[in-house]
Design a protein around this ligand. Structure first.
Ligand code: GSH
Length: 213
């Protein structure tokens, strides 16, 4: 299976997929997409991903889009180590944790939203306040879930789908200067996760298109 991930170094949705691919121990090529120059809006990339969003995972010439769909496909295709637990109730809980990040926090802080805010005259401080508000909202719901279910990682004692989403979202929170003091459980599992070699290797700074932030 030949895998190419269309990725952008600091973008959190491809970061999720890099973590998943690394946890599965898969070889893949990275094809950087420059979001700053809006390369994702060009015809070539839109032919792969009609939403003009990263990531896209090319699987033997066939594109897969949407990071959560990609991660679930990955878990079904390469079952070990598991990203989702075996028990259906646990699986739904992990999906709920992942979706707080992927469906409720991240979409309102995305580049296109921030660019739209800029277009409405919102300055950097205003954009940071906007992002902080939604990240804090989501982390406030996630904190007791991680405290309850985490046993070293966000859910249980092994890294999985919840970590794939949470690690990049905490990276984003730092970019938006979110005070993490009210979120000790989230901070602890993410600090631990960042020490895992597969997760460490997915870090933005280690990507081929990384620039000095
Ligand atoms: N729900 C999508 C979100 C993808 C997404 O929003 N990607 C961001 C980077 S993290 C992007 O491409 N943004 C470009 C833009 O907003 O113009 C997924 O999980 O794959």
């Amino acid at each position: 299976m030949k895998l190419t991930l269309h990725s952008a170094w600091r973008a959190s949705a491809p970061y999720r997929v890099r973590i998943g691919l690394n946890l599965k121990g898969l070889d893949y090529a990275i094809q950087p997409v420059d979001l700053v120059s809006s390369q994702h809006h060009g015809e070539a990339y839109r032919a792969l991903n009609g939403q003009a969003l990263v990531p896209t995972l090319d699987v033997d010439g066939r594109p897969l889009t949407q990071s959560l769909a990609i991660l679930e496909w990955l878990d079904e295709t390469v079952p070990q180590p598991r990203l989702l637990p075996a028990d259906p109730f646990d699986r739904a809980t992990v999906r709920a944790m992942a979706e707080i990040v992927a469906c409720d926090i991240h979409p309102v802080n995305n580049l296109r939203i921030l660019r739209a805010l800029t277009g409405l005259g919102v300055d950097q401080d205003g954009r940071d306040a906007w992002a902080q508000r939604w990240i804090v909202d989501g982390f406030t719901a996630l904190e007791p879930m991680v405290a309850r279910h985490g046993k070293g990682y966000a859910f249980g004692a092994e890294p999985g789908l919840a970590d794939c989403c949470l690690v990049p979202q905490v990276y984003n929170a730092a970019r938006f200067h979110v005070d993490m003091t009210p979120f000790p459980a989230i901070s602890a599992v993410v600090a631990r996760a960042l020490e895992h070699p597969a997760i460490a290797a997915a870090h933005p700074n280690l990507q081929p298109d990384a620039q000095k932030a």
